[in-house]
Design a protein around this ligand. Structure first.
Ligand code: PBG
Ligand code: ZN
Length: 327
């Protein structure tokens, strides 16, 4: 006798009861691009609906987010002046430190995660200090400034630090620096498994962080490698990361599942800029039902094993969930 799966699909009510995974707005982290220059919000052509904004615009944005039920943000800073070592990121009056202090003042309920990297701050657009041949990023000198940047964020009042540079030893370095200064309770979310991906294209317009030469393949991971992807995350766990991450999300759901099954740490996925823009432009071309494909995509992250999702879609998800209760 065959099994009648359709018994539990016959009515919406029973479908809700047997649903295994749900999307919840509390799982979402919304990225913000804060620009040092004052002035109007600037549209990002490759990411419809996403803007660069000044600190004062970010304050009103945060109020709007809280009303939507989004109370976790990820901050990226775009300084006015860039140099070879990303000095703006090492200064207590740099764009991120100022933004954190201002947001905490006006929006104390907002949980602020800071992206820790140098590509937005360096004139060459790479994620650290270049080596003597100026051809790649020097791992260990970059670790030194990474520790300094972490302390700048911590002292400004960040709630969580998210290093994204893919330097070896980055988590141990940051953990030690934070602990030595008394920030023992400040969590680190590591971009632990981060691939060298073409899906970051639109982000580099948004964050003005495209490398001026070469690419990031000497520090970010080869998309072909599964074993190494797991090892990278396990290593960051061993170094003291509190939360792990897979980035990008959609093309790497197998890796999300693999890491979910090899660690007990919470796991984040970064639904990156290229994934966002693909949906936006497909919808604009009229080829997909945007709301449905959006929620199906978010659900796929949860089903693969992600606990939390960094997404430019978070505000839209909030609005859809208000209408539909859940998906
Ligand atoms: C910086 C950083 C990048 C992203 C997040 N942090 C870009 C990169 O590595 O080039 C990508 C995010 C996105 O595409 O949405 N290291
Ligand atoms: Zn970077």
């Amino acid at each position: 006798m065959f099994k009648r799966f359709r018994r539990l699909r016959a009515k919406a009510a029973v479908r809700e009861l047997v649903q295994e995974t749900r999307v919840d707005i509390r799982d979402f982290i919304y990225p913000l691009f804060i620009k040092e220059a004052e002035g109007a919000k600037k549209k990002i052509a490759s990411m419809p609906g996403i803007f660069q904004m000044s600190i004062s615009d970010a304050l009103s944005e945060c109020k709007e987010l809280i009303e939507l039920g989004i109370d976790k943000i990820l901050l990226f800073g775009i300084p006015e002046i860039k140099d070879s070592i990303g000095s703006n990121a090492l200064c207590e009056h740099g764009i991120i430190a100022e933004a954190v202090r201002e947001i905490k003042k006006t929006c104390p309920d907002m949980y602020i995660i800071t992206d820790l990297c140098f590509c937005e701050y360096t004139d060459h657009g790479h994620c650290g200090i270049l080596d003597l041949e100026q051809s790649s990023v020097n791992n260990d000198t970059t670790l030194e400034i990474t520790a300094r940047q972490a302390l700048i964020h911590a002292k400004a009042g960040a709630d969580m630090i998210a290093p994204s540079g893919m330097m070896d030893g980055m988590i141990e370095t940051i953990r030690t620096a934070l602990d030595n200064e008394g920030f023992v309770n400040l969590p680190i979310m590591s971009y632990s498994t981060k691939f060298a991906s073409a899906y970051y294209g639109p982000f580099r317009d948004a964050a003005e962080s495209a490398p001026s030469f070469g690419d990031r393949r000497t520090y970010q991971m080869n998309p072909a490698n599964r074993r190494e992807a797991i090892a990278e995350s396990l290593e960051d766990e061993a170094q003291g990361a509190d939360i792990l991450m897979v980035k990008p999300a959609l093309a790497y759901l197998d890796i999300v599942r693999d890491i979910r099954e090899t660690t007990h740490l919470p796991l984040c996925v970064y639904n990156v800029s290229g994934e966002y823009s693909m949906l936006k432009f497909a919808a604009a071309a009229g080829v997909v039902d945007y709301d449905k494909i959006l929620m199906e995509t978010m659900l796929s992250f949860k089903r693969a094993g992600a606990d939390m999702i960094i997404s430019y879609h978070a505000k839209e998800v909030a609005q859809l969930l208000q209408k539909r209760r859940s998906l």
